[in-house]
Design a protein around this ligand. Sequence first.
Ligand code: IDC
Length: 338
Amino acid sequence: MRSVNIMKKVLCLLLAVVLFASVPAESVSAAVSKTKKAATPLKKNGQLRVKGTTLVNSKGKAVILKGVSTHGINWFPEYVNSSAFKTLRDSWGVNCIRLAMYTEEYNGYCSGGNQKKLRGLVDKGVKYATELGMYVIIDWHILSDGNPNRHKKQALSFFKYMAKKYKKHKNVIYEICNEPNGGTQWKDIKSYAKSVIKTIRSYDKKNIILVGTPTWSQDVDVVAKSPIKGYSNLMYTFHFYAATHKASYRAKVENALKKRLPVFVSEFGISESSGNGKINKSEAGKWIKFLKKKKISYVCWNLSNKNESCSLLKRTCKKTGKFKASDLSAAGKWYKSQ
Ligand code: IDC
């Protein structure tokens, strides 16, 4: 009786081995890639925090966010959709979306735009990113308004709304002022930032907050001399456009890192700083190599088909998702290949 049982077991085992060996290699790799797909960027990394100058995941391991920024969501709301984000995640390897909401330009949040509608767009963007397990930056995109204090009251109520709503989301990042400019000094930005950070932190204790720096978010070296004290998980933004900003700007970042300032590139392009003109792939390559070496996260401007060389889509591309190689601009092709 016992030997019959053993025989049965041996036969079963043999059968299993034969069956496994006959499964075509493709379906094994399909199954593997399916499990890989299931592990979204968010599942893999969970709650992010800042350790020293680096962004780390829930296990304390360094993580680099590689993102794409929308154009202004008030100009190009059509790209805030799940299919676009999914394409970026699955075929570009993007793990972070930046939702740029202009405050001043073209019906911006503080210049006559429909605030309820704009908040709704941000909410939609956060929802899609969350469903896809991607990180998402809520960007208060000051630009021609120069000094963030100009719309400080509105910023406080906007971030109060967002932080209250997203305090339990592990994938939300707040960017409180895109690019201070027009001679706005660090001390002015710092005082604005302290108020906004205090408001955010009274609801959301953990998520990363990105603080803009003087001169279109480039003077990280200046900020490094007197960073904001008393809060954790703050990072400072550095922006560059590769055809304009080269080695001397990398030196500014190095300088800031040496002084232990956590830096995050929440916007860059490979065109000139106007967003147009030539693109410079070789300089862009140097930047990416540098950022990877320093473990700095980066987000590329921008997902739209606007007729500008910084746009990632061709002017003729009318699609708002499922982009193919033929839909991409030169900048888009370059970024996807990274
Ligand atoms: C540009 C857009 C362009 C728009 C302009 C508004 O690409 O379509 O007309 O803003 O003034 C930045 C800004 C970002 C700029 C971008 C390119 O953060 O808003 O977008 N840029 O000029 N800083 C440096 C370059």
